[in-house]
Design a binder for this molecule. Sequence first.
Ligand code: ADE
Ligand code: ZN
Length: 327
Amino acid sequence: MINWTEVPKTELHLHIEGAAPPDFIRMLAAEKNVDLSKIFKDDGSYVWKDFAEFLQTYEAACSVLQTPDDFRRLTEAVLDVSAAHGVIYTEMFLSPDFCGGGDLEAWKDYLAAMTVGAENGKAKHGIETRFISTCIRHFGPEKAVQTAKITALTAGGLLTGYGMGGEERHLHAADFSKSFEIAAEAGLGLTSHAGEICGAESVRETLDFLNVARIGHGVRAIEDADLIARLVEEQIVLEVCPGSNIALNVYPTWGDHPIEKLRKAGVPVTVSTDDPPYFYTDMTREYRKLHETFGWGLADFKAINRTAMQAAFCDDKTRQRLMAKFE
Ligand code: ADE
Ligand code: ZN
């Protein structure tokens, strides 16, 4: 019997606010005298029933994440969980919109605090962290440009990537090309959510207009053979989050999930949790389910992790050091 918790792992797709343990958010709500009871079920988990409601609950939970020190504590709480599940390298999506409302000076304070959180996590667990600053699609292209500008001005250190999350049905990828150009000029690694809620066309537009090296999810590319050929040809890495897709009913069961078909077709796939407490998952469960559903063994997971480290938004020294853990 393999102990899936202990198997070393990399994670490329984890939203810091979406990874907030419900107890942590309840503690902050109590400290700040905010009534968040409507976003929690009786069993203490987050309330939502579809993607739109998930985004609403997510933003309500963010309302108690108010100060840089709240985000430092959150970073440490999230890294405690990741490390407990064997994660040795993680990339976290941060949202400047939730960290100072798009103001550069405020963002610098939040970023510094989360960097301290990541350093403390490394000292405590040995886990390596990089940050991907994300714009939020349904907040619109103007906010995205502002997010890209303040990200570009603070790039470096642990902040190595730029991305986009949020409501995929809102506008088109092309509407966000300016913000991705600003981030690309600053030398940031680029990724965007696509092909999660919307189909293959959304992935194609994202590749055409945003110049990304990676796609968040991208799984619905499976609906279009020409697009699959393009992903293989261009070696676009998919940040696949199977448990998230199943919780959001993109696929009804693990057996229906296309990750194995994508991998067999030659698409570089990786494995992440997205927003683990919202989707009742963690990295141990993702690995165990992939083992049970598709028979993936230790050699398969080593290959998946090498793919992830190759695509990681980190310096080559860090990449080589961590890659050696998956040989
Ligand atoms: N923000 C947090 N989780 C997300 C997801 N799964 N899709 C889009 N935006 C998100
Ligand atoms: Zn996501």
